[in-house]
Design a protein around this ligand. Structure first.
Ligand SMILES: [Cu+2]
Length: 235
């Protein structure tokens, strides 16, 4: 059982995004939400199976009041493997304000026996940010607050890219390319709309070598706002 605690800053367990929850197909997850905020909070999950009492919505009463608790039950049945996410649905009487304040996280359901990569990264594209952070000067270092990812040349690196908010984004990674899941098309940029996810693997530095390889949204206004980060590929 996981104990998810909200801080007054409205974060799951004090981080934005909240903790990445990883389960496997066949698992039943019991998630206890302990609400330490002054507003009602819920957890609404995508991708897994649950009955209406675990929907995380106002009209079903499936939320924790201030200083209260609520327990959710998710079943990762057959066909639920993949990258999903969870988020609040009720804070401040709004469907979206909790998300906008940071109440979201990744939910990964693995297939049984699925090999895991060497490194995994979760990036939320939310409004003009990655994980609520920006990098306006477009170089690593002070003032660049987006996640600095790192891997060694040759390592298999998995990106879990999830979007929230009002904009569509086009995730691009410099120097690397991958097969668009479900197709045989090799791409280096992929569109992610609100609440959609994409997951793909790259081999760090494959055919291009080490360096600070930029990742960014390719929507111009979002680039201008600093929706930029770096994958540091080490020798
Ligand atoms: Cu964007």
């Amino acid at each position: 059982m996981r104990h998810l605690r909200f801080t007054t800053a409205l974060a799951f367990n004090g981080t934005i995004p909240g903790p990445t929850i990883i389960i496997s197909e066949g698992d039943v997850a019991i998630v206890r939400l302990i609400n330490k905020t002054p507003t009602q909070v819920s957890i609404h999950a995508h991708g897994v199976h649950y009955d209406i009492k675990s929907d995380g919505t106002l009209h079903t009463g499936s939320f924790a009041p201030p200083d209260g608790e609520y327990v959710y039950k998710w079943t990762a049945g057959p066909g639920t493997a993949g990258t999903w996410h969870y988020h609040d649905h009720v804070a401040f009487g709004s469907e979206v304000e909790g998300i906008e304040r940071g109440l979201y996280g990744a939910l990964i359901v693995r297939s049984r026996g699925e090999p895991t990569p060497d490194k995994e990264f979760v990036l939320f594209m939310i409004e003009e940010t990655f994980n609520g952070r920006q990098c306006p000067r477009a170089e690593p270092g002070p003032g660049c607050d987006t996640p600095l990812l790192s891997a060694k040349v040759g390592q298999r690196v998995r990106f879990h890219v999830i979007s929230h908010g009002t904009s569509f984004h086009t995730f691009h990674l410099h120097g690397h390319r991958w097969v668009n899941p479900g197709t045989n098309r090799v791409v280096d940029t992929i569109t992610v709309g609100p609440a959609e996810t994409t997951v793909f693997d790259v081999i760090a530095g494959e055919a291009v070598g080490p360096g600070d390889w930029m990742y960014h949204c390719h929507v111009h206004s979002h680039i201008r706002d600093g929706m930029i980060g770096f994958l540091r590929v080490l020798p």
